[in-house]
Design a protein around this ligand. Sequence first.
Ligand code: ADP
Length: 271
Amino acid sequence: MNAITETAYEPTAYHHLVSDEGAALDIRNFNLWYGEKQALFDNTLPIQKGMVTALIGPSGCGKSTLLRCLNRMNDLVDDLRIDGQIMAGDFDIYGKGVDVIALRKRMGMVFQKPNPFAMSIYDNIIYPLRVDGVSKKSILDETVERSLRSAALWDEVKDRLQDSALGLSGGQQQRLCIARGIASDPEVLLMDEPCSALDPIATAKIEDLITQLSGTYTIVIVTHSMSQAQRVSHNTAFMYLGRLIEYGATETLFINPQRERTSDYVTGRFG
Ligand code: ADP
């Protein structure tokens, strides 16, 4: 199969189920360059509210790059240029004068490796509130319990909230990071291969958690695991060489893909 070039490029196949009506995030004609190198080409996809959207595709196809644009984590990269729009409702994420810190609170992020801070479990959770100057103990206590319960971790840690977060297992640390991500009550959770450092049992717990959290939060997850995408996501976007090849309901995309390249990827013919 030929590599996609400007001339050989086929337009994205959109399945009818994914419309931009009620989209939590609407990515429109989005391009990105790292220096001279273009990494995203004309990506257009609505991310539906309260649903789990998986970004899949071979390594280097731009999944993490696109995810990091949603809360402008890529702003920290030198020599980065973007073109196009990402809307959160009426709010233009790359609009002039956007408060990026406030934006990141609306979009919690969970990374490949759990990254708890070297402080107690309790202090990890309340960190985003402390940054905001919240000091009332009843609010902090309530947030800790609510966030840990939402992240399915409360029962395991409720008797040792003052212990160091670094003493938790990898899977517990990742659930703690999810709890920290939801402590500031975001609308969206961005997850960049959140299970890649975890064993199968811890992975299953995070996947269950993703399912529980959907509905309350809009979740975008980058995963290299096609079985994980099928287990946890409602919609899947297949990317290849920076382009969005196909986007639709997960079940349809895996069972009845419209593009040959999607079919080759989901059946494991390349990757
Ligand atoms: P994926 O998440 O699908 O593996 P990435 O988004 O990490 O892909 O990378 C997409 C492309 O952008 C790759 O060619 C990668 O080398 C390049 N890239 C990613 N981050 C940077 C960076 N900070 N500077 C320059 N190039 C980058």
